[in-house]
Design a protein around this ligand. Structure first.
Ligand SMILES: NC(=O)c1ccc[n+]([C@@H]2O[C@H](COP(=O)([O-])OP(=O)(O)OC[C@H]3O[C@@H](n4cnc5c(N)ncnc54)[C@H](OP(=O)(O)O)[C@@H]3O)[C@@H](O)[C@H]2O)c1
Length: 351
């Protein structure tokens, strides 16, 4: 087994924390001695043991002289809930540490590596770094920009339509794609919609998957007018405490008053959400709000479900995004595709 193989294993372990450890990164760790894995662990949830500590606790024998694989630089700062990992690795007398990505957090960046080296521990970093960046794209974006990561989802026919000219819209995509959307909701901290979607669809924006026991995302509504139906499900169901409203016009609803934010711009709303440690947001539309987010360069990933059918006239997936020249059009990078039943799923980075 190579360093790459063990780092790949840390990715698989790290993913086990998905959805539970925001705003922290996904981190896994493998401890290897004389060619044998003697311990594995991952960061399971916010405030719980970091991956290295979890792997050390699971060790079947002494980690002295072992190699520790971890996909993110071990932390070395003490102003946080859990004890620093680099100091712990030094105490356990491990021989070598192999890291995928350095931690962009300025309290750690390069310092964890330096601390380990200064205690005679051999350190290798940069193994499979672009795969590691992708695994933790949300965390890296939030650390570097101090704004939340926004993932826009759209579903349409091949000609980019989301409803007929008479307004019929349920359903454009089939069951497998819709179940996948629910999986994505569960992997985000909050689901966001514009007020028209609320007024027209009265959505629940919850995760409806069989036997789902994962985290429950916040539901966020954006309005300028403040004209929201007080009887909507989001303001009255069992999860109403998890509904947030961003409005330009003050209003009262049947949700805690601290859940209503008066803001001047979407940028300000993003700042507020970042302050609340909500860094991983799923934007479900509709077209107008999605267009505003794209125009303001606030979208970081786009996922599109394309049903192999046409509607001709009818509403489009996106409203105005402020593009006048072809050369100005936002373009997805690193696009990946797969089939979700009969629907084609495309996902790529933006900004
Ligand atoms: N196929 C899909 O993937 C999909 C996904 C979601 C929705 N939809 C469909 O899309 C339709 C609704 O789309 P839509 O384009 O008409 O409306 P929308 O984007 O859902 O909502 C537009 C409203 O959002 C608020 N808004 C927009 N920009 C804002 C900003 N910068 N700050 C604060 N609030 C802002 C305004 O609310 P106020 O008017 O209250 O000021 C605006 O009228 C529905 O029929 C729904 O079924 C389809």
């Amino acid at each position: 087994m190579t360093d790459e193989d063990f780092i790949r294993r840390t990715f698989a372990l790290a993913r086990m924390g998905l959805g539970h450890n925001w705003p922290n990164p996904l981190v896994g760790s493998v401890i290897v001695k004389a060619g044998r894995v003697i311990g594995e662990g991952f960061h399971a949830k916010y405030g719980s043991d970091h991956a290295e500590l979890s792997a050390l606790k699971n060790c079947s024998e002494s980690p002295e002289g072992a190699t520790v694989y971890v996909n993110l630089e071990p932390c070395c700062h003490t102003n946080k809930q859990t004890p620093p990992c680099a100091q712990r690795l030094i105490k356990e007398k491990v021989k070598r540490v192999v890291i995928c990505n350095l931690d962009p957090n300025p309290n750690v960046f390069g310092l964890g590596v330096e601390l380990l080296k200064s205690h005679g521990i051999e350190v290798t970093h940069g193994i499979l770094s672009s795969e590691g960046e992708k695994l933790n794209e949300v965390f890296f974006h939030a650390q570097r920009t101090k704004t939340p990561f926004v993932h826009l989802k759209m579903a349409s026919t091949l000609d980019g339509k989301i409803s007929t000219s008479s307004g019929e819209s349920k359903w454009i995509t089939q069951e497998v794609a819709r179940a996948h959307v629910h999986e994505l909701r569960g992997a985000h901290q909050a689901v966001m919609v514009g007020a028209n979607t609320l007024r027209k669809d009265d959505p629940e924006l919850n995760v409806r998957l069989q036997n789902y026991q994962g985290p429950v995302p916040y539901r966020i509504v954006f309005t300028q007018s403040g004209n929201l139906p007080s009887g909507a499900k989001l303001f009255n169901d069992a999860l109403k405490e998890k509904t947030l409203v961003f409005t330009k016009t003050p209003l009262k609803l049947n949700i805690p008053s601290e859940n209503i934010f008066v803001m001047q711009s979407l940028e300000e709303a993003m700042e507020i959400l970042f302050e609340k440690k909500l860094i991983n947001l799923f934007l479900e539309g509709g077209a107008q709000l999605a267009g505003e987010f794209i125009k303001k360069k606030l979208v970081n990933r786009v996922s599109l479900y394309l049903n192999p059918s046409f509607l001709g006239t009818g509403a489009s997936t996106l409203g105005d995004i402020g593009v006048e020249l072809l050369s100005e059009r936002p373009r997805l990078q690193e696009v990946e595709s797969s089939w979700k039943g009969e629907d084609l799923y495309l996902t790529g980075r933006l900004n």
